[in-house]
Design a protein. Structure first.
Lengths: 198, 198
């Protein structure tokens, strides 16, 4: 009632974005008012371009503008290694480590019966096809460590055990730089259980 | 390098918005990827529409889609009362009180010699014209209580004193609901200075 119709609409749209409350949405809308029409158009077209240009890689189901994606195409990477993740954003986190040089496979979610997500809603069949067609030496399961991620990891481990020479799960334990004192008991139990002999 | 070109561009554009850091920008960009193309288009067009439709009211310089704005047009409001604010967003805050029933005048900034903003860069001449043309009984100065806002208030008070029957400044003191103990010394000094006789 205090905003003009187009401002109210913009605030409403910004408010739909994750982590943007009504106050931030209003601040963003007033920012859009302040910037030049050209700058606003650049932002608007960036939003539309992302939707127009990005597809999923037909091999690994990561987001890409080329087909196949730059990782699947990269001949310097080890295509015998596949790291299975839930979301494309997980690949960004993995790539930032600069340690991993294998391929990926994006499940596009995790098994979650409560949300109606069963194994056949994920890209698991596509992973099985890759395993049959490519020479896969190892599958690294890097799903999240929440309930859904752990359930998915367990499901994949049982499914793939007989098909691939090695199936592994990324390690869970105390994050680097944190104190034992402030580590939650579940993480600490897991860290004890997974201790390495020195 | 880990994002596709169009995603990198969208993250860059979101990162330009106030209060949106690189992590939030990335989360927002992935959110745009997830929503439908229609929803993305609605957001993009809301951004453009705001720039296309909104102008300044030729009387009070508030943002508006009509000319003059709904407040200046409203015959139930007291047009003899003008509340002077820095920004259109200040009007929203004032209107939310539901107490004020007069008009507004948006300066579009505050005097700030360091940023090169002098009185003639603000809508002060337009305010003087309104005072000459309309029957103004009182000007309420509601600029911010920071250095620039106080300088602007002082400037306006001196300028308008002889032209308008009453020039007032909104009260400064302890915010309702807060403790004396945690009130900063400048606010507390001001609250003491502006004490009301009971």
């Amino acid at each position: 009632m205090y905003l003009t119709p187009s401002m109210a609409k913009l605030v409403h749209e910004f408010n739909k974005l994750p982590g943007i409350g009504p106050k931030t949405a209003q601040r963003l809308a007033f920012h859009i008012l302040k910037i030049s029409a050209t700058e606003a158009r650049v932002l608007a077209s960036a939003i539309i371009e992302v939707k127009d240009r990005i597809t999923n890689c037909p091999i690994c189901y990561n987001i890409t503008e080329d087909s196949p994606c730059s990782i699947c195409k990269d001949t310097t990477r080890d295509h015998g290694l596949i790291c299975v993740v839930e979301q494309p954003s997980d690949i960004i986190a993995m790539e930032k480590t600069r340690v991993y040089k294998g391929d990926y496979h994006v499940l596009q979610g995790a098994i979650s019966p409560l949300d109606g997500i069963r194994p056949d809603n994920l890209r698991i069949n596509e992973l099985l096809m890759r395993i049959q067609q490519e020479k896969v030496k190892e599958i690294i399961i890097a799903t999240d460590s929440d309930v859904e991620g752990e359930a998915t990891a367990l499901y994949l481990e049982r499914l793939l055990r007989t098909m691939v020479a090695r199936v592994s799960r990324i390690a869970h334990g105390i994050p680097i730089g944190s104190n034992i004192e402030y580590t939650d008991e579940v993480t600490l139990s897991k860290a004890l259980e997974s201790r390495r002999i020195l």
